[in-house]
Design a protein around this ligand. Structure first.
Ligand code: ADP
Length: 636
């Protein structure tokens, strides 16, 4: 079988499909060539067998036909010589003028002819003149005919018993002529001739497809199963033969044209392949056919018996064998391809299974590796989380400290005001206590009492101020709780009260929901508010109309606290950095830039939002949005 049809595995610049290589083409060409040669061998072998079989049956038939011909002829062979046993015949030859004898012989011949089944019997004298004949009564009677030119008569007159096939000159009926001299006391008196019709043999031959013919020593076909071939010749006649035949009128006036027959070199003694053309056969429908020719020589008469077998069964058998061989080879090729394909797919399946196993093993290895890595990462992550946690805790502490620092910064900023706030009552206290001492000296006890009452009031007032400061500076407890918004605003406002008065800033509270509570830390909310108030006051420092408006509103589950001023507002470039730590537009020492950053951090911690917008009448409005608390609680 040929080399593989290569199935490419994926590779650079190669397709994955099967490709015919030079080796493959050569291999398959070889297979086809060997297959065709074997089919040709089958063709030749089948033809040979069939031809051999045809040859056997042809030889048998030929033998049978020859024997039946011989039988027929030998039956009459002796008949002419028996006539010399008849005295009448002998007498007639000696006295041909005797009418009684003639009549007797005619009757005798007529009877004998009838009994023997021959065509005619006649007796001729030494000049070849027919004296008496079996057909003496019939119109075409031979009586009186001169037959000296007929070879068989000539031979018989020469003392040679003769046999001759020819066409009768009077009735033009063909037949076989047996002639024999009639002797008495060793002297020839005349010739007796018996004519036998052997054409009836043809009838037995005209059966089946096979052709039979009988030719004389010149190759003239005179008996045949094919009527068209009758009186044709196997080969063109030489001029001498033609002259001789014309002289003896053996075939009367038949043209004796050659049959268009072509023979291939002798296959075996007496056996040939021949092709007979239809033109010569005379039968238009008959096609040119190749036939097997078998010849049997009938020696004493120099005749040739030829039996022709039709070769078409041999051809069709050979074609069938060729086809069967091709089919068998095709089947074998398909079987081979099928087995090869199966083996290949089995191999591929095994390979795929191996690959799968390999991939599975790899996968297991990878999973183990990944699991190990993942564990490692988890461990690292846990470590990192712990580090972050610590950092966050630290940050929270720092943030708280920052918030506290911011608070302290505010207090620092307010320290002048607070000092002033406390100095005033302190001065009053000193004056009042001096006055009280003077009044006691003068014995004005009631006035002194009244004075001491005022002193007590002033001290209480100062206690409130320091209490507020203490509360503001206190560190946050870190607990979220409901905080009443309005008191927280009041507390923050208290811390900037002095600035409001000094800077002549009008204050207005627009509380749509004065009882609102927010969930946050009161202390840190106040810190945010103080920051916003201080920023508002800072912003309004240079403007003539100064108004601080604080609003309390509600939106769904949020409490909105707005702080609006009538300052110059916030330019866009400032707004972009508003909540960044250490961003300030104030002079050095006036602001740290931490107020809004800390405030936003606090509000976001509460779960709220701090935002800055332009105020409707100019200036800025800061809004603190906090989660609302339905449940009221005392501000702490
Ligand atoms: P500081 O007050 O120390 O500057 P803040 O964080 O409180 O720090 O404020 C940052 C900046 O925001 C201020 O420097 C100012 O420019 C601007 N700002 C804050 N509040 C207002 C306001 N009500 N009107 C105009 N500008 C403001």
């Amino acid at each position: 079988m040929p080399a593989e049809v290569t199935t490419e595995t994926a590779g650079p610049g190669r397709s994955g499909r099967g490709r015919w290589t030079g080796r493959t083409i050569l291999g398959w060409s070889l297979v086809v060539a060997v297959g065709l040669a074997l089919a040709g061998l089958a063709y030749w072998w089948a033809q040979r067998i069939t031809v051999a079989r045809l040859q056997d049956s042809g030889a048998q038939r030929l033998e049978v036909y020859a024997v039946s011909l011989e039988n027929l002829l030998s039956k009459y062979d002796f008949l002419p010589s028996t006539l010399e046993l008849s005295d009448d015949v002998v007498d007639l030859l000696q006295k041909p003028e005797d009418p009684a004898l003639l009549a007797a012989v005619n009757h005798h011949l007529e009877r004998l002819n009838k009994q023997a089944g021959s065509t005619s019997i006649y007796v001729s004298d030494l000049h070849g003149i027919t004296l008496a004949a079996s057909n003496w009564r019939e119109p075409g009677s031979f009586v009186g005919d001169n037959v000296a030119f007929r070879p068989y008569v000539r031979d018989a007159l020469r003392g040679k018993p003769a046999g001759f096939y020819g066409v009768g000159t009077s009735l033009r009926e063909p037949g076989y002529f047996f002639a024999h001299g009639i002797y008495r006391n060793g002297r020839m008196l005349g010739v007796a001739t018996v004519k036998v019709n052997i054409e009836k043999l043809e009838q037995t031959w005209i059966q089946g497809n096979d052709k039979v013919l009988l030719s004389d020593e010149h190759g003239v076909i005179f008996l045949t199963s094919v009527p068209a071939w009758k009186y044709t010749t196997l080969a063109p006649l030489s001029a001498a033969v033609q002259r001789e035949l014309a002289a003896t009128r053996q075939y009367f006036s038949h043209a004796l044209l050659p049959l268009d027959i072509h023979s291939s070199p002798a296959h075996e003694e007496g056996v040939q392949f021949v092709t007979i053309r239809p033109s010569a056969s005379g039968a238009g429908a008959d096609r040119s056919r190749r036939m097997l020719s078998q010849r049997l020589s009938l020696a004493p008469r120099h005749w040739q018996f030829i039996y022709l077998s039709d070769l078409s069964p041999a051809r069709s058998n050979a074609q069938t064998a060729f086809l069967l061989a091709c089919l068998l080879e095709g089947f074998l090729i398909v079987l081979y391809l099928y087995v090869r394909q199966r083996r290949r797919s089995l191999r591929l399946k095994l390979k795929a299974r191996e690959d799968l196993q390999h991939a599975y093993d790899n996968l297991e290895l990878m999973v183990a590796e990944r699991t190990y890595n993942l564990k490692q990462m988890t461990r690292n992550l846990s470590d990192e989380i712990a580090v972050r946690q610590r950092a966050e805790d630290k940050l929270r502490v720092t943030q708280n400290e920052l918030v506290q620092a911011g608070k302290m910064a505010v207090l620092g900023q307010m320290s002048a005001g607070i000092t002033h706030e406390l100095n005033q009552p302190l001065t009053a206290l000193r004056t009042m206590s001096d006055n009280a001492a003077v009044l006691l000296d003068r014995g004005r006890i009631d006035d002194a009492k009244a004075n001491l009452g005022v002193i007590s009031q002033i001290v209480a007032q100062m206690g409130t101020i320091t209490g507020q400061l203490k509360a503001f500076s206190r560190k946050s407890a870190g607990h979220m709780a409901p905080v009443a918004v309005q008191p927280a605003i009041a507390n923050a406002l208290f811390l900037v009260q002095r600035r409001l008065e000094q800077e002549q800033v009008a204050y207005r509270l627009e509380a749509r929901h004065p009882d609102a509570y927010a969930l946050c830390e009161g202390n840190r909310l106040e810190q945010v508010l103080v920051n916003l108030f201080n920023n508002a006051l800072d912003a309004m420092a240079g403007v003539p109309a100064r108004q601080l408006t604080v609003g309390i509103d509600r939106q769904a589950n949020r409490v909105l606290i707005s702080v609006a001023d009538t300052g110059p507002g916030i330019p866009d470039e400032v707004r972009a950095h508003l909540f960044e730590p250490f961003f300030t537009t104030k002079e050095q020492g006036a602001g740290l830039g931490l107020g809004l950053a800390i405030s936003e951090g606090i509000v976001v911690d509460f779960g709220g939002i701090l935002r800055a917008d332009p105020a409707p009448g100019g200036g800025a409005v800061f809004t603190i949005e906090l989660p609302i608390s339905k449940q009221g609680a005392v501000h702490g």
